[in-house]
Write a protein that binds this ligand. Structure first.
Ligand code: FAD
Length: 460
């Protein structure tokens, strides 16, 4: 039996949700995050049911001075949504979603996962840009920017944000939008969880699908240098409706992939055309004609199927390590490094996507949100994966070697793909001018740095 401190007892008197302490039967379940390599033991997990609970938990954190971790979907690669000691503000019970099909907007609470929002919006043939794995949290993804299969047509998740409700470090509930608390709204769009706990998001929606021309086409990995050179030329004038990523990996052992291809090293292109299927067929035809593929699943399919296509590759509980960077272009050197790092993969789980950015992302002025990568051509994330601790160090080495090989060519990094890499890297994710503006905002909204378990912008 654990002893419950008087402070936690006092919190319990003012809390509607569930407070889970060490020693309770559900403690090991609720303290878990997506990345199995992160194993931390919070002093209490505060499973909030609303703003009042969030304010109570923040008051507790201020009183006790312990760390406070804020958890939406729990998918932070470096495990920022949990802590040793202190309190985890677990927002996963906040699942409300309201779609307004007439105004084409949606309100979603902080515990909503991407697939849950897509399901509600697709009921009306609508969607807002989000990420590529359905069990990722909408909160953390949006606050860092939010890249995904609709981004070149409709921008980042933050480019579709209309307003947010935020509980500040002092426990005040404020709305932020272009018209109200505009400075906070600027910072929330890319600045992560530095400024408060977002309780609700309001998004603009667009007509998408429900059938889109999308999927994956794959060739043997040793064709990567040729494929990537072809791809580089091809994407120079593809329409913004088309978002693609090149992926190097071994084909996974999943039911949608023929058994004879399981474990086959491939270079693949994932594509999504956010427009009429016939236009998508035309846009993707040159890619399909590059060379006879091993596998081609780019066909008309429900947008929801595309969104869940990569879920089996990123299940909860595996051990993950990631390093990432942006590159301005796919130069010959970048392509040769990318191909060599693909051929050096020696695990069925390790993989790395190179996302094509540009399009609508680059049309938003850089200083209108805190997101730092508007001018980047591509964003790469090297992801080393194992089933558990065995072999994890070797996969981490592959990730570090890959990142070091790409380092001379990098042009920045997407903040949601950072691991714990220090202040200089966070600064380079934003660029100096944006970073300085974020520091000033942090001084205004969280001068005590209560929210420091994140890609932290210290208020100094
Ligand atoms: P959590 O771990 O819950 O939170 C991460 C951090 O966000 C917290 O530490 C906190 O600082 C902050 N935070 C979370 N919720 C709130 C809140 N309500 N208020 C204030 N701060 C909060 N990113 C993309 O852009 N596109 C992708 O396609 C994509 N795919 C991914 C797929 C997988 C499998 C994974 C693991 C990550 C992916 N990411 C992607 C990165 C993702 O955006 C980040 O990991 C993000 O932090 C996940 O959000 P979350 O709510 O699940 O994270």
């Amino acid at each position: 039996m654990s002893t419950i401190s008087p402070e936690i007892q006092a919190l319990g008197e003012n809390f509607r949700g569930e407070l889970v302490h060490p020693g309770e039967p559900s403690y090991d379940d609720v303290r878990k995050v997506w990345n199995g390599s992160i194993d931390r033991r919070p002093g209490v997990v505060a499973r909030c049911t609303g703003v009042a609970d969030i304010r109570s938990a923040l008051a507790y954190a201020r009183r006790t001075g312990g760390p406070v971790a804020v958890r939406g979907g729990g998918h932070s690669f470096p495990g920022h949504s949990t802590c040793d000691g202190g309190v985890v503000l677990d927002l996963s019970l906040l699942k409300g979603i309201r779609v307004d099909p007439v105004r084409r907007t949606a309100r979603a609470q902080a515990g909503v996962l991407l697939g849950e929002l897509d399901r509600e919006t697709q009921a009306f043939g609508l969607a807002t840009p989000s990420g590529i794995v359905t069990h990722t949290g909408l909160s953390g993804l949006t606050l860092g920017g939010g890249i995904g299969w609709l981004m070149r047509k409709y921008g980042l998740s933050i480019d579709n944000l209309i307003s947010v409700d935020v509980v500040t470090a002092e426990g005040e509930l404020v709305t932020a939008s272009e018209d109200v608390n505009a400075d906070l709204f600027w910072g929330i769009r890319g600045g992560g969880g530095n400024f408060g706990v977002v309780t609700e998001f309001e998004f603009r929606l667009h007509p998408v699908g429900p059938i889109v021309y999308a999927g994956l086409v794959a060739w043997p990995m040793d064709q990567s240098p040729d494929l990537m050179r072809f791809y580089r030329d091809w994407i120079t004038d593809v329409p913004d409706e088309l978002t693609t990523a090149v992926i190097h990996r071994w084909l996974p052992d999943t039911p949608t992939i023929p058994a004879e291809l399981h474990g086959r090293p491939v270079v693949a292109v994932v594509a999504c055309y956010a427009g009429p299927v016939e236009d998508g067929e035309k846009a993707v035809a040159p890619l399909k004609a590059f060379a006879p593929p091993l596998l081609d699943t780019i066909i008309p399919k429900p947008y929801l199927d595309l969104q869940s296509m990569l879920d089996p590759s990123f299940p909860h509980g595996r051990w993950y390590y990631m390093r990432a960077c942006d590159v301005a272009e796919l130069t010959d050197e970048v392509i040769d490094i990318a191909a060599a790092r693909g051929l050096a993969i020696d695990s069925p789980y390790t993989a790395y996507p190179i996302f094509h950015l540009g399009g609508a992302i680059s049309q938003v002025p850089s200083d209108s949100t805190a997101f730092g990568g508007r001018g980047s051509g591509h964003t790469i994330n090297f992801v080393g994966v194992t089933l558990g601790p065995e072999g994890f160090e070797e996969q981490r080495e592959w990730v570090r070697d890959s990142w070091r090989a790409m380092e001379p060519h990098q042009s920045g990094v997407y903040v949601n793909f950072l691991t714990d890499e220090g202040t200089d890297r966070i600064r380079s994710a934003y660029g100096a001018a944006t970073y300085d503006r974020l520091v000033a905002l942090k001084r205004k909204y969280d001068p005590g740095n209560l929210f420091h378990l994140n890609q932290n912008i210290p208020p100094l």
